[in-house]
Design a protein around this ligand. Structure first.
Ligand SMILES: *[C@@H]1O[C@H](CO)[C@@H](O)[C@H](O)[C@H]1NC(C)=O
Ligand SMILES: *[C@@H]1O[C@H](CO)[C@@H](O)[C@H](O)[C@H]1NC(C)=O
Ligand SMILES: *[C@@H]1O[C@H](CO)[C@@H](O)[C@H](O)[C@H]1NC(C)=O
Ligand SMILES: *[C@@H]1O[C@H](CO)[C@@H](O)[C@H](O)[C@H]1NC(C)=O
Ligand SMILES: *[C@@H]1O[C@H](CO)[C@@H](O)[C@H](O)[C@H]1NC(C)=O
Ligand SMILES: *[C@@H]1O[C@H](CO)[C@@H](O)[C@H](O)[C@H]1NC(C)=O
Ligand SMILES: *[C@@H]1O[C@H](CO)[C@@H](O)[C@H](O)[C@H]1NC(C)=O
Ligand SMILES: *[C@@H]1O[C@H](CO)[C@@H](O)[C@H](O)[C@H]1NC(C)=O
Length: 445
């Protein structure tokens, strides 16, 4: 705490001192690295070029305070490969500060005090990444990144409330991080023509997925966790033809209507931690390539066999902590590739005799913390299972020979059930045998 207060004070003092002169580097330590590590203290220098050696390639880290990057301060450095200007109390970058940096790959500017990025600041650069994480940026001027070509740009953890249409003028960019800002919208088209494949908008203030904004022909992954999205409409994803992963955890969804996911190529969909009570029967019908579906922590009362009737590749289904009371017949009949099923924390009392009919193998079947009070000895049939979790249910006994019933299960968790006395004895013996057979597995009682 004390040191950060001191930092603030030092930052403020230094800004006052160097504003009148045009010296960017003053009393800083410069580290650079090729095969060795060199440290040099610089009293004053206008340009990084004068400080660093003539090696073939150099990676440079500046320690100390650099309040302003003046025009041409990082200019004409043909051998600069990585530049780390993080945590140096940087408050301003003059347009033209960066230029002629043909080898530059990583430009790290995180943990500074930038509030604005002016027009033509990151211009004509061809780099791997520009990291502006954890500054205080509220404004990106038009053309701030003009002609930039980069694999990724991080603007995560800033204070952006707006994103105008020409910020990324003539930009080519694969991954954009805008998480932890205050964005409620983005200008339509602002992100459309730059070739984005991954967009992180985690923890912002979006209330809807507007297809005019979310119009990115190459986008593969979209993270909208922790926003305020209240509804999904048919066609919301129509301008994201390549989308494979959609994260919508912790929004305010109450319902999933039909047609939202039609014609998408989604493989992963996470709708956990919403208020979803209703999912249309055909809501997921058209997501043929889906492998992962998460619906944890919602208010779903019934499992609908039709939801995934065409999703033949599904491998992980998680619907824990909902209000489901029953697992119906042939619930997973059509999904030969399911390996993880998580029904934890529901109110399941009844499991239909043919619930797992036609499955061959499941890695993890989790039925813990439900209200199961009766276990049908034939329920698992010949399905082979690595781990079956039945903890925290209402089982008093399981009739029949446990060795036979769980013959194809490697690990069975059975504790926290109200076992009757003679049954408890049978279970302890069974658990002991299992433990001997699978010494690596944790078999508790
Ligand atoms: C840099 O160090 C010199 C000598 O110690 C001092 O006079 C000057 O004020 C310092 N400048 C800054 C910006 O701290
Ligand atoms: C500069 O940024 C650091 C890290 O984000 C912060 O702790 C500090 O308060 C800021 N200083 C000023 C002068 O804004
Ligand atoms: C940008 O850099 C990459 C990798 O260094 C290189 O392959 C590519 O040709 C460059 N593109 C332009 C337009 O300079
Ligand atoms: C767009 O940016 C590229 C570099 O990424 C550059 O070669 C080209 O000239 C720019 N086009 C315009 C119209 O400025
Ligand atoms: C979505 O797709 C399903 C299955 O192909 C189809 O029955 C339904 O009419 C479609 N709904 C909309 C709104 O496009
Ligand atoms: C299984 O797939 C068939 C053929 O695609 C379909 O008619 C049936 O409704 C599906 N059953 C379930 C339980 O999803
Ligand atoms: C099931 O998984 C196997 C192996 O990963 C794969 O070859 C097969 O295509 C999958 N089946 C379906 C219906 O996706
Ligand atoms: C389980 O396998 C045994 C032996 O292969 C077979 O006789 C039995 O019919 C199978 N049970 C089911 C429900 O498929």
């Amino acid at each position: 705490m004390r040191s950060s207060l001191l930092d603030v004070l030092i930052c403020i003092l230094l800004v006052k001192v160097s504003e009148s002169e045009k010296i960017t580097f003053e009393n800083v330590t410069v580290l650079w690295r090729l095969n060795y590590k060199v440290e040099k203290t610089v009293a004053t220098s206008e340009n990084l070029k004068k400080i660093i050696p003539d090696e073939e390639q150099v990676s440079v880290k500046i320690l100390g305070h650099v309040p302003i990057l003046y025009e041409k301060s990082i200019f004409d450095v043909p051998n600069l490969k990585n530049l780390d200007l993080s945590n140096v109390c940087l408050e301003k970058i003059e347009p033209g500060a960066f230029g002629n940096l043909p080898l530059l790959e990583d430009l790290l500017l995180y943990g500074n005090n930038l509030t604005e990025i002016k027009t033509a600041t990151f211009t004509n650069l061809n780099v791997s990444q520009v990291v502006l994480l954890s500054n205080s940026i509220t404004l990106l001027e038009p053309g701030a990144f003009r002609n930039l070509k980069a694999v990724s740009v991080s603007l995560d953890n800033n204070k952006l409330t707006e994103f105008s249409s020409d910020v990324f003028e003539n930009v080519t960019l694969g991954i954009l991080g805008l998480a932890l800002n205050r964005l409620h919208t983005i200008a339509p088209g602002a992100l459309s023509a730059i070739g984005l494949t991954e967009l992180n908008l985690f923890n912002n203030n979006f209330e809807e997925i507007d297809p005019e904004i979310f119009d990115m022909q190459e986008l593969v992954s979209l993270d909208l966790d922790l926003n305020s999205i209240k509804l999904l409409r048919p066609g919301d994803l129509r301008n994201l033809p390549e989308l494979k992963e959609l994260w919508l955890v912790e929004n305010q969804l109450e319902e999933i209507p039909e047609g939202v996911f039609n014609n998408t190529k989604l493989t992963k969909l996470d709708l956990s931690n919403n208020q979803i009570a209703k999912i249309a029967s055909k809501a997921f019908e058209d997501i043929r390539e889906l492998t992962l579906l998460r619906l944890d922590f919602n208010k779903i009362t019934d499992w609908d066999n039709n939801w995934l009737s065409e999703a033949k590749s599904i491998s992980e289904i998680s619907i824990s902590y909902n209000l489901i009371t029953e697992i119906p017949d042939e619930v997973l009949k059509n999904y030969s590739n399911v390996t993880r099923i998580d029904f934890r924390g529901n109110k399941i009392r009844k499991i239909s005799a043919q619930a797992f009919y036609k499955l061959q193998h499941i890695d993890h079947l989790n039925l813990a913390n439900n209200e199961i009070d009766n276990w049908n000895p034939d329920l698992l049939g010949n399905v082979s299972i690595v781990s079956l979790d039945l903890r925290g249910n209402k089982l008093k006994c399981i009739k029949g020979d446990l060795e036979t019933i769980f013959r194809n299960v490697q690990i069975v968790y059975l504790d926290k059930n109200p076992w009757e006395e003679e049954c408890a004895k049978k279970i302890v013996e069974f658990q002991q045998k299992k433990k001997n057979r699978y010494p690596g597995g944790i078999v508790t009682n």
